[in-house]
Design a protein around this ligand. Structure first.
Ligand SMILES: *Cc1c(COP(=O)(O)O)cnc(C)c1O
Length: 347
């Protein structure tokens, strides 16, 4: 385990109690890591500072990339270890998580069932097209876009004699969040190599696993960088606000690693000012962010997550939230295939 070995090197003997937990956690390699950490020179010049950097998790290598690849390495490690023969997960119809899960299942030779929001469309496109190409079985569930029907599909498959493995909505439980504990370690060493210190690490936060994992990583490595999620979905998750869900998840992940840490709510930094007109609605701010990154940097953002989060970061910059000399990291979490589904928004 990468985290174990490095943390042991850093902290010596004192880490032994954590490693007892992590060393036993199975992981299946699915992506290409580390993802690049690069400067956004043209965007920095355009905005007049702070110095902006980007972590390219849109380039994780699995089926057009995205942050879910990191979580899926732990889920598929667990599923294969338990000899499951089918995985089930759910999300919105254009879910990036579902697309990466379908690809991982194909790669591992497991059957895949996706429990999706919306009705069966006339044409498949964007992520949904890719789900079908990967051979996933698609279940359409109308208004339910957070995998609410996963237990029903689980029961159906069990009755057929199969051994299903459930990956929760967004891949956000303590197993999935481990992928972002690893990710923090990866970033930490890239920062050391490039002699960088970031004031904030900014990203789109939606089902909480990314943020919870980064919070735990920050704690493991005793760093000060601020982990700043930009909320992109106002709806609750499992009956909790996203903030409370992240708190619960960070504590579960810490205890899975036998880390002696109890997070409090004021350690969850989630900015909900940029929800705009809601999940998946592309407003002017999102369009501007997507346009700027495309034209100035040749980088594609997505309409649902990274477009909103970058719009939020740009607004913070314009409101003088940062000093010119600050360094800020934008963690690109992927989502590019959804652009093709939103083609009508970009006339
Ligand atoms: C899922 C997703 C996120 C949010 O990550 P969470 O761990 O669910 O908070 C951000 N960006 C993209 C492109 C995603 O697919």
């Amino acid at each position: 385990m990468r985290v174990v070995s490095t943390v042991m090197k850093l902290l010596g003997q004192t880490i032994n109690s954590y490693t007892m937990g992590l060393a036993d956690i199975p992981k299946k390699s699915l992506g290409f890591f580390p993802t690049p950490l690069v400067e956004l020179k043209a965007l920095t010049a355009f905005l007049g500072g702070p110095k902006l950097y980007i972590k390219r998790d849109d380039q994780t290598g699995l089926a057009m990339g995205g942050n879910k690849t990191r979580k899926l390495e732990y889920f598929f490690g667990d599923a294969l270890n338990k000899s499951c023969d089918v995985v089930i997960t759910g999300g919105a119809q254009q879910s990036n998580h579902c697309r990466q899960t379908a690809a991982a299942a194909a790669h591992c030779g497991l059957e895949c069932h996706l429990v999706l929001g919306g009705d069966k469309p006339v044409e498949l496109n964007g992520n949904l097209l890719l789900d079908a190409l990967f051979g996933a079985t698609l279940h359409y569930c109308g208004d339910l876009r957070k995998g609410e029907k996963i237990p029903d599909i689980f029961n159906q498959l069990t009755k057929l004699g199969k051994k299903p493995y459930v990956i929760p909505y967004g891949g956000s439980n303590a197993i999935g969040a481990l992928g972002f504990v690893d990710a923090f370690e990866e970033l930490h060493f890239q920062m050391k190599a490039q002699e960088l210190q970031f004031k904030d690490i900014v990203f789109a936060s939606s089902s909480g696993g990314t943020q919870a994992g980064l919070m735990v990583g920050k704690e493991l490595f005793k760093t000060k960088y601020n982990i700043l999620g930009i909320g992109i979905d106002k709806d609750e998750i499992e009956g909790a606000s996203l903030e409370n869900y992240i708190l619960k998840l960070a504590n579960e992940t810490a205890s899975k690693l036998n880390l002696d840490k109890e997070f409090s709510k004021n350690e969850v930094h989630l900015n909900n000012k940029y929800l705009g007109k809601g999940y998946g609605v592309v407003g002017d701010a999102e369009k501007e962010a997507i346009d700027l990154l495309a034209r100035l940097e040749g980088i594609l953002l997505d309409p649902v997550y990274t477009g909103k989060a970058m719009a939020g970061l740009i607004d913070l910059i314009r409101n003088n939230h940062y000093a010119k000399s600050d360094k800020v990291l934008f963690w690109h979490t992927g989502g590019t295939p959804a652009l093709f589904h939103y083609n009508n928004q970009f006339k």
